[in-house]
Design a protein around this ligand. Structure first.
Ligand code: NAD
Ligand code: WQD
Length: 337
């Protein structure tokens, strides 16, 4: 029976669909294409040689979501659809609450109506960042304090709480929340990857556009953080490792009978902005001109995962290194330039 992947045409969704299909799962994609293109769905088929039923529907339109559950015998849902730009969420909080929260509520109501109780939710390391202690740089476990600093992050935390309540109300609900750290890179085919609209917010999409000459130089947001070289440290994870994490979580979901559990998907390794710039230049032979700019509001010194729980309970571990991430990001950018 198929898995419904909401947001399956997006960056993480398209790679996750490839991993699932390669491991023999059947999938259906629902995506309103507000931040992706239908071509990504075609590329998933091209890479895997499998058909991908696609519904270009909006989660906020409950009747159209219901029609998918009516038509398809869905067994589980991987819910990635949502908005994700931190800065935009500060400027337009209602847009974020409407899309992320309302979309999720509609989806959950349809799942309940059609007896589908298995879900994997796309959460984020952002659920920890509001509680980070500036004086220390410890790996974040799933037990670390949760606090957020912006409406986008609040939607992630709220949805986790909704899911926890749901499981409490009916223990048959079987839910895994995956807290992603910083996914970068692309599938080795370069057919799918991260291709944001407008000027990128995130580091790697910005770097590749500097490398290709589309942008003039990278602004490094602060070099006076309490880190080894003063620039921010994050846990970058290859997108295909992250995608494989969903396969591992889906297997776990199939093995257990109800629960709400959160897992970090990260490597456990922190790299600074300068590490990324230098590795990218070395691996790809391209210079990245940069200037030091003021700190970006809301940024923290250091944020990296303790991935032990996912290793132990999901039998999953990130395998690809930073050089792989830099190389695959650049190959993808060249393929679309
Ligand atoms: P993305 O924008 O590439 O993918 C999200 C997809 O959801 C897009 O294809 C978009 O068209 C679709 N979508 C949005 N609202 C929708 C709606 N109402 N109905 C139907 N489809 C809708 O983003 P991504 O990087 O692939 O992120 C996927 C999920 O993972 C998001 O929920 C995001 O918050 C979360 N996440 C992302 C990161 C990251 O760094 N990329 C980190 C942590 C968590
Ligand atoms: C990484 C580092 C920046 C851009 C964000 C979201 C988080 C999650 C992942 C969804 C930081 C520095 C960046 C630039 C720079 N997404 N930087 N110049 O902020 O760790 O996390 O994406 O859930 O919620 O907040 O990722 O890639 O934006 O930044 O110097 O042009 O690169 O200051 O140290 P971040 P990022």
């Amino acid at each position: 029976m198929p898995i419904l992947v909401t947001g399956g045409a997006g960056y993480i969704g398209s790679h996750t669909c490839v991993s699932l299909l390669k491991k023999g799962f059947e999938i259906i994609v629902l995506d309103n294409l507000c931040n992706s293109k239908e071509n990504a769905v075609k590329c998933i088929s091209r890479i895997t040689g499998k058909d991908v039923p696609f519904y270009p529907y909006d989660l906020r339109d409950k009747e159209s979501v219901r029609s998918v559950f009516e038509k398809e015998a869905i067994e589980a849902v991987i819910h990635l659809a949502g908005y994700k730009a931190v800065g935009e969420s500060v400027r337009e909080p209602l847009k974020y609450y409407e899309n992320n929260i309302l979309g999720t509520l509609n989806l959950l109501e349809c799942m309940r109506e059609y007896g589908v109780r298995n879900m994997i939710f796309s959460s984020s390391a952002t659920v920890y960042t509001g509680a980070l202690d500036k004086a220390s740089a410890k790996a974040l476990t799933e037990e670390s304090p949760l606090a957020v600093t912006n409406p986008y992050g609040r939607t992630k935390l709220m949805i986790e709480e909704i899911l926890r309540d749901l499981h409490q109300s009916d223990p048959v609900w079987n839910i895994i929340s995956l807290r992603y750290f910083n996914p970068i890179g692309a599938h080795e085919s370069s057919l799918i990857g991260d291709d944001p609209n407008g000027i990128p917010n995130n580091l790697m999409p910005y770097i590749v556009q500097v490398a290709s000459g589309k942008l003039e130089k990278l602004n490094i947001f602060g070099n006076d953080y309490n880190t080894k070289d003063g620039t921010g440290v994050r846990d970058y994870i290859h997108i295909m490792d992250l995608a494989d994490g969903h396969v591992a979580a889906m297997k776990k979901l199939n093995d257990c009978g109800g629960g709400f559990t959160a897992y970090n998907l990260g490597t456990g390794q922190g790299y600074s902005v300068l590490d990324i710039v230098n590795t990218f230049s070395r691996v790809n032979g391209v210079e990245i001109p940069y200037v030091i700019a003021p700190r970006r509001e809301g940024d923290v010194d250091t944020c990296f995962a303790d991935p032990f729980k996912a290793e132990q309970e999901l039998n999953w571990k990130a395998m690809r290194n930073l050089a792989d991430m830099c190389r695959d990001s650049w190959y993808f950018q060249q393929s679309i330039s």
